[in-house]
Write a protein that binds this ligand. Structure first.
Ligand SMILES: [Cu+2]
Length: 486
């Protein structure tokens, strides 16, 4: 008897060899797991000892300071901490086209930084590692090097049941601004390049953080709970988006981003703690903007402000929406490795016409797009993958025939340019003669793309959104959004 060309006794010996090998591997894995557990326990002990030592050092330093002060020894008096004035006014949320005056056709210079002012308190941490390891939950951290902001947002956190457009109701946690109301996704934040941006965050039901995904400020202001502090009271995040320079791929931050909480991140983001962040470009004299239009980046294409839209595919695993703030953080298994969504939503709509957030959820039911070659500038669609599944988009006729009508102009805040001649002016791909036009787009969690829509004629098209399984690519859900071209 033979099986796959082997006779029976050889095959039986082979099976025994494989079973033995499997048993040895399993045994080795068990031993390795035990060693890992022991090492983790030892590391935890070391961390606790380090934290206790750091706390003692801080207490000793504070006691010494008090003694010095009591003895009247002159100590350098700390500068008073500037208090930010909340600007809960339209200037904080409206996004005017800001024409930044430029003295010449030279590349846009960064604004002259104001003199550095220390935060008004002694440095308590010996190194970045010390800082990262030993201040996990601070109630009211101090903003170091505090500057006067050009734009200030005031954010807090809410929890409420929200009903979606299929009638499903979920407990959601998200951000609200001074003027936004309590809806989902969080309010649009929209600074311009070069502005000093402040977000004064007071998260109720904390601790939480705000991470500025893709902006890369310094660690204190990056809002990653694991490498800096978590906020229980109030903290003012501070950063400045870098101004772009025409033809230079190495400068500029204009584009589509998002912000999200970075505490127990997997859960908190799914619960709704995210919102869109758009950085608008500075206006360069060589690249003025037409009335009613903006540029995607400093020398990028102009688009129509009125029809500019956001599409943020999102999905819900209802089981996750019954979990508590710190579920899974103490080593218990609450199943955050299993994301099994059953509800799928194309969040978003026209940015200039978002309904009152108290109308709860903001879901794209249709999309207006300006016909290619018409008088109006093209429509810009900003896409942001706000869930954990890969997304596939397709533009089609009503009968399903695909239509090349989306020009991809930038990705994750970076312009697509022709950089084939290093050191020379790098035009956009369209200006270099090869616009990146497509009928489809595939993108993963947290990715952003900026698409200029160029429907070939007036009429109705479809934008199909597919949520796919991240391993098998099986289509889990589909939504078709009418695209009305005029
Ligand atoms: Cu959070």
């Amino acid at each position: 008897m033979s099986f796959l060309g082997l006779n029976h006794s050889v095959w039986a010996a082979e099976i025994k060899r494989r079973i033995d090998a499997q048993r040895r591997r399993r045994q080795a894995a068990l031993v390795a797991a035990q060693r890992r557990r022991e090492a983790a326990a030892a590391a935890k002990k070391r961390r606790e000892a380090t934290a206790a030592a750091a706390k003692k050092r801080r207490e000793a330093a504070a006691a010494a300071r008090r003694r010095r002060e009591a003895a009247g020894t002159p100590t350098p008096s700390p500068a008073p901490t500037p208090t930010p004035t909340p600007v809960a006014s339209p200037t904080a949320t409206a996004a005017p086209v800001v024409a930044v005056p430029m003295p010449s056709a030279e590349p846009a210079p960064s604004p002259t930084p104001a003199p550095i002012v220390e935060g008004g308190h002694p440095h308590e941490f010996e190194s970045q590692v010390d800082f990262s390891s030993n201040q996990l939950d601070l109630q009211n951290p101090v903003t170091e090097f505090f500057q006067t902001p050009d734009r200030l947002e005031v954010l807090s956190v809410f929890k409420r049941d929200l009903s979606f457009d299929d009638g499903a109701v979920f407990e959601m946690w998200s951000f609200e601004s001074a003027t936004s109301g309590r809806g989902f996704p969080g309010p649009l934040l929209r600074p311009t390049e070069g502005e000093i941006f402040h977000a004064q965050v007071t998260p109720s039901m904390g601790p939480h953080t705000v991470h500025w995904h893709g902006m890369e400020p310094d660690p204190r202001n990056d809002g990653v709970g694991h490498t800096s502090f978590e906020i229980g009271g109030t903290y003012t995040y501070q950063w400045q988006a870098e101004p772009g320079r025409p033809g230079d791929p190495n400068y500029g931050a204009a584009g589509t981003y998002f912000y999200h909480c970075h505490v127990n991140t997997t859960l908190h983001v799914q619960m709704g703690m995210l919102g869109p962040l758009v950085i608008d470009p500075v206006v360069h004299p060589d690249y003025p903007v037409s009335p009613g239009a903006r540029r995607v980046f400093v020398d990028g294409p102009e688009y129509d402000i009125d029809t500019e839209a956001l599409l943020m595919p999102y999905s819900v695993d209802p089981r996750w929406h019954t979990l508590s703030h710190a579920a899974g953080l103490s080593g218990e298994d609450v199943g955050l490795n299993r994301f099994e969504p059953t509800h799928f939503y194309p969040m978003g709509g026209e940015l200039a016409h978002r309904p009152d957030a108290e109308k709860k959820v903001w879901i794209m039911s249709s999309l207006r797009a300006n016909v290619a070659g018409g008088e109006r500038k093209p429509t810009l669609l900003r896409v942001l993958n706000g869930n954990y599944l890969p997304i596939y988009l397709e533009f089609t006729e009503e009968d399903g025939t695909t239509v090349d009508m989306a020009e991809v102009v930038s990705h994750d805040g970076r312009a697509f340019r022709d950089t084939s001649v290093p050191g020379q002016f790098s035009p956009t791909c369209a200006d270099a003669g090869y616009p990146l036009t497509t009928d489809c787009l595939a993108f993963g969690a947290a990715e952003r793309y900026d698409l200029l829509l160029r429907p070939p004629r007036a009429g109705k098209f479809l934008l199909r959104v597919e949520w796919r399984d991240w391993i098998t690519s099986e289509i889990l859900s589909t939504r078709s959004i009418p695209v009305i071209a005029s």
